[in-house]
Design a protein around this ligand. Structure first.
Ligand code: CMP
Length: 131
């Protein structure tokens, strides 16, 4: 089924110059880029985006990280793109992410894991709608 997902290159991914490589992996897989925006995320939107993590010990650090510089927000379309993008991105903790995934190849810390992908088509729609 054709779906849409929200992919965001986090501030460390932008600072490290990984935007092109991240876009390239999704393009080569065969997905279609339908929206893109360089965006400085305000604190209130970051808190809304990560509301499921509110109250967790790492929440303040997470908000500080995600608002620390510009992010690249993207909408990607394709068959099964939501789950497939999560596979291409790899596990949340980059040390557990398989080689060949973005986090497995390009990151080492959970708090600096370079890229976000929606976990469901519903959240994809919700997250795309915010930007
Ligand atoms: P992501 O999977 O995109 O969305 C939730 C984010 O919370 C996750 O990426 C990490 O950046 C962050 N996160 C989850 N667990 C921890 C943790 N233990 N320490 C720091 N950040 C975390």
């Amino acid at each position: 089924e054709v779906e849409e997902t929200y992919i965001m290159v986090k501030p460390d991914g932008v600072q490290r110059g990984l935007v092109g490589e991240i876009i390239s992996r999704f393009e080569k897989k065969g997905f279609k880029l339908t929206g893109l925006k360089l965006f400085q995320c305000p604190k209130d939107l970051a808190e809304e985006h990560y509301k499921d993590h509110k109250g967790k010990p790492f929440f303040p650090k997470l908000i500080g990280y995600i608002t620390s510089g510009p992010v690249v927000c993207m909408a990607w379309e394709g068959i099964g793109v939501v789950a497939s993008a999560r596979k291409l991105i790899g596990a949340t903790n980059p040390l557990n992410a398989e080689p060949g995934t973005l986090r497995g190849d390009l990151a080492v810390q959970t708090g600096r894991n370079i890229v976000h992908g929606s976990d469901s088509p519903e959240n994809g729609k919700r997250e795309i709608g915010k930007i």
